[in-house]
Design a protein around this ligand. Structure first.
Ligand code: ADP
Ligand code: MG
Length: 376
């Protein structure tokens, strides 16, 4: 059959979102739109505004150029499995709300809150449509730094000593919280909101007097805050791809341009941190990190893709799993696709693999009964 006669996959690319990582998502989506194989896919970009409206048809490249989003209609995503897809919300009588614009696969390329955390995944589950990446549980567990570390430890993975502080506790008993931190951990410590990414709200505290400000800051972003032993360390990352039999890429190293890998070190052009691929480490350490990456992926029940990040403590040589990102940065120059490129396949092939994995996982889910005694 000639190539152009193959049915093209209608792919909805969700990007933007109600998250501090909104702009990172626009950058990721711009790369996907440029690289995706147009012979295989009919791509419908859907821009999710910072307040959560869905605007089908807005191209990410317009937004990277600073343009204001112009959409013909606002849409809702139908959660009706008989008619999943984008439903226009319009005052125009010619636009019938029952005409859902059908899609075959959804790629929620959304980083952080309301996108990487299981919320959008829940909607897509209700609609029973295949989507790229982890499901509700994997996304939610992989987004919460306390829950993920609990699951990692249960799977036998080494995690950095830490403790959890609840916002209410911090507000009502600050002296008790400070004592507990200083008794259980050595300075420096890192204070982090449990559910956020891109280093937003994170502080390194080297002096006890700076602890209250760091806790106040993190508590502005989340009800739950992690205080973690600070390490003097190198940072490594590994990309994982797959569903039930995930595979790990070569290892990359991050050399932060600043004291730690904070928001500016991650995204500022003039301070860009260095990515070293493959990392300059011996083969046995690389193998060990790759195996831990797969274990971490399975520990949170991730699917499709995830990047697993590690610390290697300088003076002890001990490695720790820091975190998993179930929707890692996905521009053509981001670590996740770069590691796969170094392992053997291109950015466009990576997108193909992710779509195939989404369809495979959806088919596998259809095998599970939802009603007791239902015929197979
Ligand atoms: N315990 C720690 N010891 C040393 N550096 C840390 C520690 N925790 C975080 N960092 C630094 O802060 C950065 C961001 O922290 P991380 O937990 O990865 O949060 P995020 O999800 O925002 O990326 C890390 O990449 C690292 O540079
Ligand atoms: Mg990180």
């Amino acid at each position: 059959m000639p190539k152009d006669a193959l049915p093209r996959i209608r792919l909805a690319l969700l990007y933007g979102g109600r998250s501090g990582e909104h702009d990172v998502s626009i950058a990721s989506a711009t790369s996907v739109m440029q690289a995706i194989d147009k012979d295989k896919y009919d791509v419908l970009p859907v821009y999710l505004t910072p307040v959560g409206r869905w605007l089908p048809g807005v191209e990410p490249v317009q937004l990277t150029a600073g343009a204001h989003p112009v959409a013909a209609t606002v849409a809702l995503f139908s959660s009706d499995p008989q008619q999943p897809g984008l439903l226009p919300l319009s005052n125009d009588p010619a636009v019938q709300p029952e005409q859902a614009q059908a899609v075959d696969v959804v790629f929620p390329l959304l980083h952080g809150t309301y996108g990487e955390d299981g919320t959008v995944q829940g909607l897509l589950e209700l609609a029973n449509v295949p989507y790229v990446g982890s499901g509700v549980l994997g996304s939610a567990a992989g987004m919460d730094k306390d829950v993920m570390k609990t699951l990692f430890a249960a799977a036998g993975l080494p995690v950095v000593p830490h403790l959890l502080v609840r916002r209410r506790e911090w507000e009502q008993q600050p002296a008790t919280v400070q004592d507990r931190v200083l008794q259980m951990l050595r300075l420096p410590v890192f204070v982090k909101p449990a559910n956020l990414g891109s280093s937003v709200g994170i502080s390194k505290v080297s002096d006890a007097a700076a602890l209250p400000d760091a806790l106040d800051l993190a508590c502005r972003y989340d009800r739950r805050v992690l205080v973690e032993q600070g390490l003097d360390c190198r940072e490594f990352e590994c990309s994982v791809l797959g569903n039930d039999e995930p595979e790990a890429s070569v290892i990359g190293e991050i050399i932060p341009s600043r004291e730690f890998y904070d928001y500016q070190a991650k995204y500022s052009d003039d301070e860009s941190s260095e990515l070293r691929i493959p990392a300059d480490i011996d083969a046995s350490l690389a193998e060990n990190l790759r195996a831990m990456a797969v274990t971490a992926f399975q520990a949170v029940d991730a699917a499709g893709l995830a990047r697993v990040d590690f610390f290697l403590e300088t003076h002890t040589g001990k490695s720790y799993v820091n975190e998993i990102n179930t929707l890692p940065g996905f521009t053509t120059i981001s670590m996740y696709p770069k590691l796969w490129e170094a392992t053997g396949f291109s950015y466009a092939q990576l997108i193909d693999n992710l779509v195939s994995l989404a369809i495979e996982r959806h088919q596998d889910r259809q095998r599970s009964l939802t009603v007791y005694g239902q015929d197979p």
